[in-house]
Design a protein. Structure first.
Lengths: 453, 488
């Protein structure tokens, strides 16, 4: 049987012995303050020896426990060094106590100088053991345990950095996940305190996992350790964060769940249309408006009402988002340029525009060119030509363009090459020649060109 | 609906009688109390409210669905699920280790033995985006679209008979009474074309053994009835009673509808019965459809090239080919859920002959539909779904000969495919054992299919609920997992 780990686990018990012994010595020293009798000095020596022995035992068990790998980080380092220093200090004061006892036994009349030296050593020991114990406590109970409910002046300001400001490049991870982890996880799982050999203070560390294995399985909510631990009953020892700590709220758990469910991506952008409103709500500073393109306040509801009365469909692409999908399906047989003109005030809000089979002409293209955030444009079956197309050069976010059945010809090829964000273009039954299509495919190999072939 | 609002609208039996006792004056007073706060429907108040959800839960990959339901249970063994190993097992008994005591229908439970019937059809490998898709000689046109299809071998269901099976696929529950998937979609997302219903049903007749289907399958269940599927008929007027009677012009029709709507409004203010509002909405829809449906069903603007894609039957109203091209036209016009039923797949006996006819009638039209959608760029945001209510078993029902056999229902695995609308193109998913009897890998339950389809449409299947009889109902009940591996 391997009994070493068992001894290691005795550390939390044994460590209380030197603490008790040292404080007992304080009482004894005060009680025997004026005594220079030999028997009193010998009693003190025995107490000091006991303190030393138990201190050394604590160090030994502590070192064994360290081998167990459950702990790591700078707090452990500090605890360990201070613990050893305490042990050395007890050796020192034992020596002083021995000298004091010998002097008392020699019957010399002059003052016993070894006694104040021993008492100074005791104070040093007390200081060391207090600090050592504090760091030990921080490891078991987590950082800030002592001061959590303490008076305000003891509270360290929350160490979590201010949440990142959101811009177009901000990731979901940075915007929503990091704040949660910083609030509930890293005080035990960072470079300073590394419980369970798990660090959560960087994406690489999170991917590395800890002693119990990987922290999460991307896309698999049920087999992700982090969520399993979160969902254990609070009284379960394995529940995380530990029952004595602040617990994340439902919205925060939902956010972690969503993030893992959607692949635990460190790259997905906060502006990605997949990000649900519930997640955005975690960031009150940005919420819908961040993903959206223009402040909601500028949306002319009365105009939307009028458009809807004319049977246009003007819908948010998702809840809490003010990017819009506009389609003319219901009125395609009658809708002409004048109806498109009415969209002008809504232009910045429109990201998907479906004009398929409408009666519009090149005259509408100027309005469309004003839709700076347009991502999808469907002109299937519209009588638009190269002349109108030229206006679209300004659409820097256009990803999908459907020109099926339009009059667009080879003249528009430079324009198609110029639209850098374009991912898919449909050219079936347009007037582009096979040569032009081939050229387009050759030059823009990443572009999906559908010519109906 | 907001529960407080709903409570205000409710007139309890007690309230009704107390109002009656005090008389008409009190009734009028009661109405005044409720009118100011509640007269307007939410849709009128907020022009951005589409359906109950207002907007999709998340930005949709698919804006519409074309569901090609193959009614009767097509044999996966003879079309998609290639099992060359069975050729050497002709007429051997199906091992008990495979069947595992599986419940079979009363049609074969009395059989002395379950002899293995390998498919007599030759299979060929068609290129897709993986290492190819095996399809039998029955479906060459469909197979030619392999690079667009996501073929799911691991579908499974709980029902072993037709009506529970279809009802499960269409409503998420084996017993009738729940809203159909299209109704949930219409209820949740609203319409994208106010001139046409958002949920349309078209039925085509097949060959051989045809199972009954009923309007239960496209009923809105407990949802407001304007969300039920509208059945476009295969002969005569596509929609019954849509034409005005002789001598009634459109202006007369309008003033008649306005007068009826006023009366209905009054009744609504008295009773707060949502079905009255549904009725008004339906009259209005019918009025608009009088103008929009003739344009929709007029194929004269289709070019020859397009019509040819769908095969020779495209001009025959009610044929699968006709319904397929209509499906594309509806998709183009913003119909959100287009439900086709293709009847005739229930080949208990004489399967090789009957399935040939059935496949010949469906192969080119559905391949044509995929191709047509693809060419026009519509496949990007249109989700096409193909499949029946279950599959068919490997053992022969009835007499097994070298060139003839039958197959009984088999719920433990069957093949479906999807295309477009955010599904990974050109892949196969899942795997069945050597008898195409049990699923080895990649099983997709009916609830999972529903959850996945809703996901593509921007609906969180756990969040679209309706409170009825004291509890929240949803399409997937308490089940359903989005199959992320097949999402593009």
């Amino acid at each position: 049987m391997d009994w070493l780990p068992f001894l290691g686990r005795l550390h939390p018990v044994v460590l209380h012995l030197p603490i008790g012994a040292l404080f007992t010595i304080v009482v004894a020293e005060l009680w025997l303050w004026r005594s220079s009798q030999r028997k009193d000095q010998r009693l003190l020596l025995i107490l000091y020896l006991f303190a030393m022995a138990t201190a050394l035992l604590s160090i030994a068990t502590g070192l064994i426990l360290h081998e167990e790998d459950a702990y790591g980080g700078s707090t452990l380092d500090l605890h360990e060094k201070l613990g050893i220093a305490t042990g050395v200090a007890t050796l020192l004061i034992c020596g002083l106590a021995y000298l004091a006892a010998r002097r008392a036994g020699s019957g010399a009349a002059s003052a016993n100088h070894w006694v104040p030296a021993r008492q100074c050593g005791l104070l040093l020991c007390l200081g060391l053991i207090t600090v050592t114990g504090h760091y030990g406590g921080e490891m078991t109970h987590g950082k800030g345990f002592l001061t959590e409910f303490g008076p305000a002046f003891l509270q360290r300001p929350l160490e979590t950095a201010a949440p990142v400001a959101i811009d177009v490049d901000t990731t979901v991870f940075a915007a929503a996940i990091v704040p949660i982890i910083e609030n509930y996880c890293v005080y035990c799982h960072d470079g300073e305190t590394t419980k369970g050999k798990l660090r959560m203070d960087s994406p690489a560390a999170m991917l590395a996992g800890g002693r119990s294995g990987p922290l999460f399985v991307a896309g698999d909510v049920e087999n992700s350790l982090m969520l399993q631990r979160l969902h254990l009953p609070l009284e379960d020892e394995e529940h995380m964060p530990p029952a004595t700590k602040r617990q994340p709220g439902a919205a925060e758990i939902a956010a972690l769940t969503w993030w893992i469910e959607h692949g635990a991506s460190f790259e997905m952008k906060w502006s990605d249309s997949q990000v649900p409103e519930s997640l955005r709500a975690l960031r009150s500073d940005t919420s819908a408006a961040a993903a959206s393109v223009v402040p909601e306040a500028e949306l002319d509801l009365e105009l939307v009402r009028q458009l809807r009365e004319q049977l246009l469909s003007v819908q948010r692409i998702q809840q809490g988002d003010n990017r819009f999908w506009v389609n003319f399906n219901a009125v395609a047989t009658t809708a002409g340029d004048d109806l498109v003109q009415q969209l002008r005030p809504l232009a910045p809000f429109i990201v998907w525009l479906d004009l398929s089979c409408t009666q519009i002409t090149d005259a509408s293209m100027a309005v469309i060119a004003g839709m700076q955030h347009l991502e999808e444009l469907n002109l299937n079956g519209c009588a638009v030509s190269d002349q109108g197309m030229q206006a679209l050069g300004t659409l820097s976010r256009l990803r999908r363009l459907n020109l099926t059945g339009t009059r667009v010809s080879d003249v528009s090829l430079p324009l198609l090459l110029q639209l850098e964000s374009l991912e898919t273009v449909h050219l079936f039954q347009s007037r582009l020649s096979p040569e032009a299509v081939k050229l387009l495919r050759n030059i823009r190999s990443e572009l999906v060109v559908n010519a109906g072939d | 609906m907001d529960p407080i609002e709903e409570y205000c609208r409710n007139i309890t039996r007690r309230e009704f009688f107390s109002k009656m006792a005090v008389g008409a004056g009190a009734m009028a007073f009661g109405e005044l109390l409720t009118r100011d706060g509640l007269a307007a429907r939410p849709a009128d108040a907020n022009p951005l409210q589409y359906g109950q959800m207002g907007a999709p839960h998340y930005a949709p990959k698919a804006k519409r669905v074309i569901y090609l339901f193959q009614n009767g249970g097509p044999s996966q063994l003879d079309i998609f699920d290639y099992k060359p190993g069975l050729q050497g097992k002709f007429n051997e008994d199906l091992p008990d280790s495979v069947r595992q005591g599986q419940r079979v229908t009363g049609m074969t439970s009395g059989q002395d033995r379950f002899p293995v019937a390998p498919s007599i059809f030759k299979f060929k490998k068609y290129p897709n985006h993986q290492d190819g898709l095996w399809v039998s000689e029955l479906y060459p046109h469909t197979a030619s679209m392999a690079h667009e299809m996501c073929v799911m071998y691991g579908m499974h269901t709980e029902a072993i008979n037709h009506v529970p099976g279809i009802t499960f696929l269409q409503t998420g529950h084996q017993q009738p009474g729940r809203p159909a998937m299209g109704s949930w979609m219409s209820y949740g997302l609203g319409s994208a074309n106010d001139n046409l219903p958002s949920y349309v049903v078209m039925i085509s007749q097949g060959y051989g053994n045809m199972q009954a289907i009923s309007s239960n399958l496209w009923s809105s269940g407990f949802l407001p009835s304007e969300h039920q599927g509208i059945n476009f008929r295969g002969a005569g007027d596509p929609v019954l009673y849509l034409s005005d009677p002789k001598g009634v012009n459109r202006h007369d029709r309008r003033s008649m509808l306005d007068a009826i709507a006023d009366l209905n409004q009054e009744e609504y203010h008295r009773t707060r019965d949502n079905e009255i509002m549904a009725r008004i909405a339906q009259y209005e829809m019918a009025y608009r459809m009088q103008a929009s449906v003739p344009e929709l069903t007029d194929l004269s603007d289709e070019d020859e090239d397009t019509l040819a894609l769908y095969g020779p039957n495209v001009h025959t109203p009610g044929s699968y080919a006709y319904n397929c091209i209509m499906a594309r036209r509806m998709a183009e016009r913003g119909v959100r859920f287009i439900q086709l039923y293709n009847r005739g797949w229930d080949q208990h006996g004489n399967l090789p002959n009957e399935i040939k006819k059935q496949c010949m009638a469906s192969d080119q039209p559905q391949a044509g539909l995929l191709k047509d959608l693809k060419r026009r760029g519509m496949l990007d945001d249109t989700l096409v779904v193909w499949g029946g209510e279950f599959g068919r078993g490997v053992y022969s029902q009835g007499k097994l000969t070298e060139d003839n056999y039958g197959r009984d229902h088999h719920p433990k695995c069957f093949t479906m495919w999807m295309a477009g609308g955010g599904v990974k193109p050109g892949i196969t998913y899942g795997q069945t054992d050597e008898y195409s009897y049990n699923i080895l890998d990649g099983g997709i339950h009916v609830h999972d299919l529903h959850a996945t389809m809703f996901h593509l449409l921007g609906i969180n299947h756990e969040k679209l609920t309706y409170r009825y009889q004291g509890r929240d109902f949803r399409l997937t009940d308490v089940h359903g997992k989005v199959v992320r591996n097949i999402l593009a």
